[in-house]
Each structure stands twice: as C-alpha cells, then as structure tokens.
Write a protein that binds this ligand. Structure first.
Ligand code: ZN
Length: 149
C-alpha cells in the first residue's frame, strides 16, 4: 500500500528542488515511501519549513502553526503535535545540561552561583532554540505518516 495517494498531490504545484520533484510525481521510479523522502521532510520540519515543499514557513509566530503552507497550500494546522515537542525538548535539554552540571561539579566543584550562571541561561537558550525546531520536526513526521488530529 502506497503511503501517499495521488489525491495527496492535487494541492501541490510543480516547481522546486529535486526532493520536491520526487514528492510531486506519484509515478516516479523512486518509491514514494523511500527513506530519502521521509528524511528530507523531517529536515525541512527541523528548519521550520513546510515538510512537503520546503518553501513556506511552518509557524506563523514562535510555535503557532500556519493555517496552510503559503507555497503549496497543504493544511499545516491539521497536524497537531500537542505536547510531544515539549517532552522531546525537555528530554534533550535535560540530557545535555544535567550531566554538564554533574561533570563540572565533579571536576572543579565551583560555587553554586557559578553553576547557576552557566547552566540556567544555557538551559533557557537551548530550550528556546530547540522547541520550535522539534515541533517542526514532529509536524513533519505527522505529515509523513498522514496523521491528522
Ligand atoms: Zn509547502
């Protein structure tokens, strides 16, 4: 069973990069479910770009999804990631910062204010940087899997 049905392409205009061309040709010699297509969509999501065409922005603001892609008109707001991006962000940032605190404490044992001055801003910056990118990746994954919410 094909992951993408021909009716999935009716809203896509034919222009763009090679990956875009692959995704807009249902009868391409490259399988539609190929890992290359899926990874390209996830990378576009991480870049906060439309997973289908890579042209339009995924978010209207910081993490508010656009109603639809300004380039290819796929309905981005129908793919709802809920709390998953926040969970992944906490998981990643926690696994980067907590070992950092422990390693620094073990090696140098600095004053508490030094630890706080290093790790609190780093945690905040990493969280603010990663959250929209992870949300874009999750939206791209939902788009690849055709899971609308
Ligand atoms: Zn698009």
């Amino acid at each position: 069973m094909a992951l993408f049905q021909p009716e999935d392409y009716k809203h896509i205009v034919t222009t763009g990069s090679d990956n875009y061309q692959i995704m807009t040709r249902p009868n391409s010699h490259i399988p539609e479910t190929s890992m290359k297509v899926k990874i390209a969509a996830l990378l576009r999501g991480f870049a906060r770009r439309c997973p289908a065409c890579g042209g339009g922005r995924v978010f209207a603001g910081y993490i508010s999804p656009e109603e639809e892609c300004s380039s290819c008109n796929i309905p981005l707001s129908q793919y709802r990631s809920d709390d998953v991006p926040a969970y992944f962000t906490v998981f990643i940032v926690g696994h980067l910062c907590v070992p950092g605190v422990l390693i620094l404490e073990r090696m140098v044992s600095p004053a508490i204010w030094v630890q706080a001055a290093i790790w609190l801003p780093l945690t905040l910056i990493l969280t603010l940087y990663l959250l929209p990118r992870i949300k874009g990746t999750v939206l791209a994954l939902l788009w690849v899997l055709r899971i609308k919410g």
